[in-house]
Design a protein around this ligand. Structure first.
Ligand code: SAH
Length: 365
């Protein structure tokens, strides 16, 4: 009922708007069926029922940053640090390529050293050669200089994921040490856009001190930034982090763990309505809270899944949060299983498709 006014002819309307109060109403609603139905309908009329696979390669857990919520933060001395060698990365890429995954994501802790940035540049060139320039490459390697971003773009990476984590500056500052800079992260996103990357960002949902108002602002932030992709997931405590130690599981936020899953689904549905043509990931953190979490997200708005292709021996050291799913099946089992799970929600895998963001393509056309 709420939707009738602003959703008329939504496909031709570039900018769908929804005010903060209405978004908060939906986020507060225990089961907003009309929201989910609308999001489903819009999804099927825009991006359709294809789900694109991005093979996730967790390249390294070495990190110069010290985010208070993250398990691989620099100060966590319990973590065994690793960096995959080029051969291991190329094997994972080859697997993805031959299985018809349209793209891979290279993710890692954040480092700006010349050694690191040059390594990545060389690795990107090898990946392009190995796959006849056919595989899409997304990077998720944090804040870097404009020059580094440009070199990585030239070397073959055309997409970049950099979560703003929360669009509220004051909240960002509560969750990060003083030398981490909200403005710098924002600037990185702007630089990536300027360089013509397909740009993805995102936030965590259910953070200590976070309110529904912040989440509504996050959705407006995605719209204002006109991003091409979004990945949002529930915040999940990690026992060896300051945020857990100081605030623990009993934090004052109204967004307790049992609500975070539902809230994330509502955020995804709202975002699909607000930005009908972007790519939205069904994140691993959702699957951690519910074995069918990713499929539920696909049903109401997401269209991207990132199966983990990191070799098991490394994967166990890439614990961003407690209970992160470490699937022990072979990749083949995982994909067959995924096909069956997606079929149940009327979706199918878009094999051999890079699955560019429709939003990005429409802007560039
Ligand atoms: N360092 C890279 C990416 C690595 S971390 C970068 O900054 O872009 C990838 C994402 O994991 C982060 O952006 C954050 O949103 C998420 N993450 C970290 N700790 C988390 C936690 N405790 N719960 C849920 N998600 C978390």
């Amino acid at each position: 009922m709420f939707f009738q006014v602003f959703l008329r002819n939504f496909v031709t309307v570039k900018c769908v708007t929804m005010n903060k109060a209405l978004i908060i109403d939906y986020l507060n609603h225990p089961n907003p069926i009309d929201l989910f139905e609308k999001a489903k309908q819009i999804k099927s009329e825009t991006v359709g029922n294809k789900v694109y696979l991005r093979g996730l390669i967790e390249y390294s857990n070495r990190c110069a940053k010290d985010c208070y919520y993250c398990g691989i933060r620099a100060s966590n001395k319990k973590v065994l640090r690793y960096q995959m060698n080029d051969q291991a990365v190329l094997e994972a890429v080859e697997y993805a390529y031959h299985k018809g995954f349209g793209s891979v994501v290279l993710q890692s802790g954040e480092r700006q050293s010349q050694e690191f940035t040059q390594n990545i540049e060389a690795l990107l060139k090898k990946i392009m050669t190995l796959t006849n320039n056919e595989i899409g490459i997304t990077l998720s390697l944090g804040e870097q200089s404009e020059d580094t971003y440009r070199r990585w773009h030239d070397a073959g990476a055309k997409r970049y994921l950099l979560r703003i984590e929360t669009s509220n500056k004051a909240l960002y500052e509560k969750l990060h040490p003083k030398n981490h800079n909200y403005g710098a992260r924002l600037k990185s996103l702007q630089t990536l856009k300027k360089l013509n990357f397909q740009v993805g960002t995102g936030v965590m949902i259910g953070l200590p001190y976070q309110t529904l108002e912040h989440l509504a602002e996050d959705l407006h932030f995605f719209q204002d930034m006109d991003v091409d992709m979004v990945g949002m997931g529930p915040y999940i405590e990690h026992a060896d982090t300051p945020l857990y130690e100081t605030v623990g599981a009993r934090h004052a936020s109204p967004l307790q763990i049992e609500n975070r899953f539902d809230l994330t689904l509502k955020m995804i549905a709202l975002l699909r309505i607000l930005m009908p043509t972007i790519n939205i990931a069904a994140t691993t953190a959702l699957q951690t809270l519910d074995p069918f979490g990713r499929e539920k997200a696909i049903e109401i708005g997401s269209n991207v899944i990132m199966p983990n292709l990191t070799p098991l021996k490394y994967r166990e050291n890439y614990f961003l949060y407690d209970g992160k799913t470490v699937v022990r099946d072979t990749f083949d089992d995982t994909v067959t299983d995924l096909e069956a799970r997606l079929a149940r929600v009327g979706a199918e895998i878009g094999y051999n498709l890079q699955g560019d963001s429709l939003h990005f393509k429409m802007k560039s056309a």
